[in-house]
Ligand binder design. Structure first.
Ligand SMILES: N[C@@H](CCC(=O)N[C@@H](CS)C(=O)NCC(=O)O)C(=O)O
Length: 148
């Protein structure tokens, strides 16, 4: 029987996108369930195992935590590296990305999604806390960018 996947995430890229990309790369069909801010607060947050997304439902089993989901899918689709060193390099990239994401992208997305107030009143929300850091990092290349 074909495995049934349903990805619960918000309606932007964020932590959900690497999971979407993994599933697309593997050529697996899945339900890309995108939740808007109001529905998240009113309905979905309380239903998620740790009160956050992404969550991947696999044949009815709810798996939370983006890295657990990513590792699960990578293992399933043969994308964990050819040996222990390659696997460690993948882990290194993931750790670096996690730091970058938490300090730069996540604060920006939180403002854009309406979870937090921005610190600029001119509609340029991404000009707030996050954008300068984001630009510095993108000027280099992940994982070789300057420490932010
Ligand atoms: N450690 C978790 C963090 C999950 C997380 O912070 N998700 C955010 C979106 S990127 C979220 O659910 N925010 C809404 C909320 O916490 O109510 C993971 O890697 O999946």
């Amino acid at each position: 029987m074909t495995t049934k996947y349903k990805l619960y995430y918000l309606d932007f890229e964020g932590r959900g996108e690497p999971i979407r990309l993994l599933l697309h790369y593997a050529g697996v069909s899945f339900e890309d369930f995108r939740i808007n801010f109001q529905d998240w607060k009113d309905t979905w947050k309380a239903k998620m195992p740790f009160g956050s997304v992404p969550v991947l439902e696999i044949d009815g089993v709810m798996l939370p935590e983006s890295h657990a989901i990513g590792r699960y899918l990578a293992k399933k689709f043969g994308l964990v590296g050819g040996d222990d060193l390659e696997a460690a390099q993948i882990d290194a990239l993931l750790s670096h990305f996690e730091e970058f994401f938490k300090e730069s992208i996540q604060p920006m997305l939180a403002i854009m999604a309406g979870f937090k107030e921005g610190d600029k009143g001119d509609g340029q929300v991404v000009q707030g806390v996050a954008r300068p850091i984001w630009q510095v990092e993108l000027a280099g290349s992940i994982p070789l960018g300057q420490k932010f």
